[in-house]
Design a protein around this ligand. Structure first.
Ligand code: FAD
Length: 492
């Protein structure tokens, strides 16, 4: 792009090549051109920074590489808000398949569609990771001040000198790059986070919690005429208490299916499903209707990797004004709320708000970035900790509770409340997924209190799904407020 002004849909105009104070544009180095890094590059490019991105893999637009995991993902309102910020909402929507609810499959093959919200306009979207990443890279590269280098793996970061050591994939040559600041968006295995940890130069806290369950991707291929073999506009779930299968639609008529299963517990687990006969027997017993439309099951099962799932929390995310972690590098979460990518995109929205305060352009440049990074982390960390915890909760909810009668009655009441009182009631799922203007922590506290209120009142027969809805709403509100007040007193 050669014009020297960029307008975007937030209607701000940023001069290119110089920062807002008219001083030299800052050089920002980004490690990792995945979903978060490519969006960050695009946004910083729009703001006029000089951006260099280094990605360890080849360019996914020109090389046929598997995204490595989760071929498709659920994109929802927080992620879409970020797409609006950079002005590509329409291009992204063209890649989306709306999923209005969860289609639950029982062992007999009966199905039950449970909408995500009582408001028709609230749904999540299935989107291809590769297509979305490719779009973000292309949009970022439209800016002359953004350069993306592929096949360059970051080996370590000297966060005191603000330099990063890279290795070229083909030549194996190593080289060092420096910048005014380095932002690592290199995912759950971040090289910068590792350098913080191994460097032992400051008080860096880090935790990594693995689930006992892992996952494997499988597929439901389209029919010969290219149609979907099962209902397209839903996230399909086969909940089986201690394990589950899910499926999300792709634009080509296929579904990406994911099996979440323990590595070593239960009658069937990843460690003992070692033969085609056992895999078929397991699916025949647990997911017979899925098996019918998965003739490729055994091939997929033995060709595709099994991967672990975990939560990463750490702090601080930054070292002075030199380096910063964003996206999964700062806060990897398990995928059960469909929010990891959405949270990483929301990171950019929140970072952008801090950039609006123009702290990095203070006369003392380094101190300026430090103020930006500190403010960003202070604003953001509670929210990413909250979604990490919510995602683990949802693992248990999706495996089991969704097929539990009391949970289903609660869902029925919540759907009715959302339909009847669209401006007065939002379930925890809606607060997290469709209320992009409130933080995850607020959504968690309110959502958990509401859940507790409804479940307690259903158990104690204070409410039932047959009651007058206005009456239920008032009781739920009062009980929720009482629980929140207890939480406040307890300092939560
Ligand atoms: P990544 O996507 O991991 O990108 C990191 C990038 O950095 C990659 O391109 C990588 O090649 C590169 N890189 C890594 N190391 C280096 C290095 N040393 N040097 C240079 N480059 C490097 N989220 C949702 O919102 N909805 C969902 O439905 C959903 N489903 C999921 C299902 C599964 C099974 C999994 C595992 C995750 C799911 N997620 C979902 C989470 C989502 O995938 C992540 O939160 C998201 O990819 C984070 O983006 P990121 O850019 O921070 O990290």
């Amino acid at each position: 792009m050669n014009n020297n002004k960029i307008t975007h849909n937030s209607e701000k105009v940023f001069p290119i090549g110089e920062d807002l104070e008219g001083a030299r544009a800052q050089n920002i180095l980004i490690i990792g051109a995945g979903l978060c890094g490519s969006l960050l590059a695009l946004r910083l490019g729009q703001r006029g920074f000089n951006v260099s991105v280094y990605e360890m893999r080849p360019d996914l637009r020109t090389t046929d590489i598997s995204a490595g995991r989760s071929i498709n993902l659920a994109l929802s309102d927080r992620g879409i808000k970020a797409m609006k910020l950079v002005g590509i909402e329409d291009k992204v929507k063209a890649l989306c398949i709306p999923m209005n609810g969860r289609m639950l499959h029982d062992k007999e093959g009966n199905t039950f569609l449970s909408n995500y919200s009582g408001r028709d306009y609230e749904y999540i979207n299935s989107i291809s990771r590769g297509e979305l990443n490719a779009l973000l890279l292309t949009e970022a590269e439209k800016h002359d001040n953004v350069t993306i280098h592929f096949n360059k793996k970051c080996k370590s970061v000297d966060f005191e000198k603000t330099t990063a050591l890279f290795q070229d994939h083909d030549s194996k040559d190593e080289f060092i790059e420096d910048a005014d600041c380095i932002i690592a968006t290199d995912g759950a295995g971040s090289a910068l986070r590792k350098s913080y940890y191994l460097g032992k130069k400051f008080l860096f806290s880090f935790s990594q919690d693995f689930l006992s369950h892992g996952y494997k991707e499988l597929s439901i291929l389209p029919t010969e005429s290219g149609d979907y073999k099962t209902y397209k506009n839903a996230l399909h779930i086969w909940p089986r208490s201690s394990f589950m299968l899910i499926a999300l639609p792709n634009l080509d008529g296929s579904f990406t299916v994911t099996l979440f299963l323990s590595f070593d517990e239960g009658e069937y687990n990843f460690n003992n499903l070692t033969t085609p006969e056992l895999v078929t027997e397991f699916f025949q017993k647990e997911f017979p209707d899925a098996l019918e439309i998965m003739p490729n099951l055994v091939k997929d099962f033995f060709e595709n990797p099994t991967a672990a799932l975990g939560t990463v929390k750490c702090s601080p995310w930054h070292y002075k004004g030199n380096t910063l972690l964003m996206g999964d590098a700062a806060h990897a979460i398990v995928p059960f709320y469909g929010q990891g990518m959405n949270a990483s995109f929301e990171d950019i929205v929140e970072f952008d708000k801090v950039l609006d305060q123009n702290l990095e352009s203070l006369p003392d440049g380094e101190a300026g970035w430090e103020a930006t990074f500190k403010t960003y982390e202070k604003n953001r960390k509670n929210d990413t900790d909250a979604i990490a915890d919510l995602a683990v909760d949802n693992f248990h909810e999706m495996k089991g509770h969704v097929s539990n009668p009391i949970f289903q009655e609660k869902r029925k009441i919540e759907m009715a409340l959302e339909k009847e009182f669209p401006n007065e009631y939002a379930s925890k799922y809606s607060l997290v997924t469709f209320n992009e203007n409130i933080g995850y922590r607020h959504a968690m506290l309110k959502g958990r209190a509401q859940d507790k209120a409804i479940l307690n009142m259903l158990t104690d027969k204070i409410i039932s799904s047959e009651d007058d809805l206005k009456d239920i709403l008032e009781k739920v509100k009062a009980e929720t407020e009482a629980i929140l007040e207890d939480d406040r007193i307890a300092g939560l």
